[in-house]
Design a protein around this ligand. Structure first.
Ligand code: APR
Length: 332
């Protein structure tokens, strides 16, 4: 499979076969990377774009690079981020896939992408990076003819996000569709049985999985109660999940689980770093959580990541069961 590189820099200076432009539907130039590419390519680029008759969101079109060091520019139009329910994820994936399809058709061997939609269009960077990496890796696994794909990051934040995700083959993606919700519910049942039977017994585990992590409950939490769920995939295999909810200036880490077989592989660290970055994106002042008093390994992991014990709480969860937890907090 082709080599994927993450660099920090200005895409207009890259000597590659093609650079991708994060354009708008008119293809007639704009700010951000679009403006930089048109300035560096010179006025002939605009003349060439005027003949293309625009471009739909998620689609891509190719022109020469003119004064740019790259031979071609592939113009793609990313989605404007609204709330994740207007097919933004699929449209962003389509930008990467369509750009690579055009590169493949034009026998382009190396191509550089900016962080599409994460500037003016406001797409959350963590998730955009996961979509970009996953889409490119999937395309490259079917198209060995492409030698190299460069993710050209212009800001430090994107640069650190891409490096963390690509280095561990970890993709962390927002749960939106019913299919993804079902994957979370299935994972919850596996994980809760793995971890909690020795602590609270089968009967309480069965009650909790049914009451708190069925696909209906997860869907209701996402659609009506302001929860964000994320799947953690390792080499494309669902291996854990995260559930968070912003409560005022605190981000409550409601659920954070990794399958037992993947403990100690860096998934937990990557997942927690993801939560910390998401908390910063949401301008939270702290991350709070509760953890079962007898879940020693998780308590140790949270302490290692900088969470402090802030107290304890006993919660009646119904059917005569209680959860006996510590409360913990991570100050941002
Ligand atoms: N090289 C590489 N990346 C760059 C450069 C550059 N010279 N300049 C900006 N970027 C980065 C931004 O930091 C951001 O991470 O490109 C990414 C995409 O940001 P935008 O350029 O704002 O693109 P996008 O969010 O997709 O919004 C597209 O902005 O410029 C207009 O005409 C464009 O209307 C369209 C909209």
């Amino acid at each position: 499979m082709a080599k994927i590189e993450i660099i920090r820099g200005d895409i207009t200076r890259l000597n590659v076969d093609a650079i991708v432009n994060a354009a708008n539907r008119s293809l007639l130039g704009g700010g951000g990377v679009d403006g930089a590419i048109h300035r560096a390519a010179g006025p002939q680029l605009l003349e060439a774009c005027e003949l293309l008759n625009g471009c739909n969101t998620g689609d891509a079109k190719i022109t020469p690079g003119f004064r740019l060091p790259s031979k071609y520019v592939i113009h793609t139009v990313g989605p404007v981020w609204k709330d994740g329910k207007f097919h933004e994820k699929e449209l962003l994936a389509s930008c990467y896939r369509q750009s690579l399809r055009i590169a493949y058709q034009n026998n382009i061997k190396n191509i550089a992408f900016p962080n599409i939609s994460t500037g003016v269009y406001g797409f959350p960077k963590q998730e955009a990076a996961s979509i970009a990496i996953e889409t490119v890796q999937n395309f490259l696994s079917d198209h060995p003819e492409i030698d190299k794909v460069i993710f050209c990051c212009f800001d430090d934040e994107n640069f650190s996000i891409y490096n963390r995700l690509i280095s561990n083959n970890i993709v962390i993606k927002r749960v939106i569709s019913k299919q993804e919700i079902q994957i979370v519910a299935d994972l919850a049942s596996i994980i809760w049985n793995e971890y909690y039977i020795p602590i609270i017994g089968q009967e309480q585990v069965d009650y909790m999985v049914r009451t708190f992590q069925s696909s209906e409950v997860v869907e209701k939490q996402i659609n009506n109660e302001g929860y964000e769920y994320y799947l953690i995939e390792y080499l494309s295999k669902p291996s854990g999940y995260i559930s968070i909810k912003l409560k005022g200036k605190e981000l409550f880490l409601s659920k954070f689980y990794v399958v037992k077989e993947k403990r100690g592989t860096g998934l937990g660290t990557a997942g927690l770093k993801f939560v910390i970055d998401r908390a910063k994106e949401l301008n939270a002042k702290a991350i709070t959580l509760t953890v079962n008093k007898y879940n020693i390994n998780s308590i140790k992991a949270y302490n290692k990541m900088g969470f402090k014990n802030t107290g304890s709480i006993v919660t009646d969860i119904g059917a005569g069961f209680v959860m006996d937890d510590y409360t913990m907090s991570y100050e941002l």
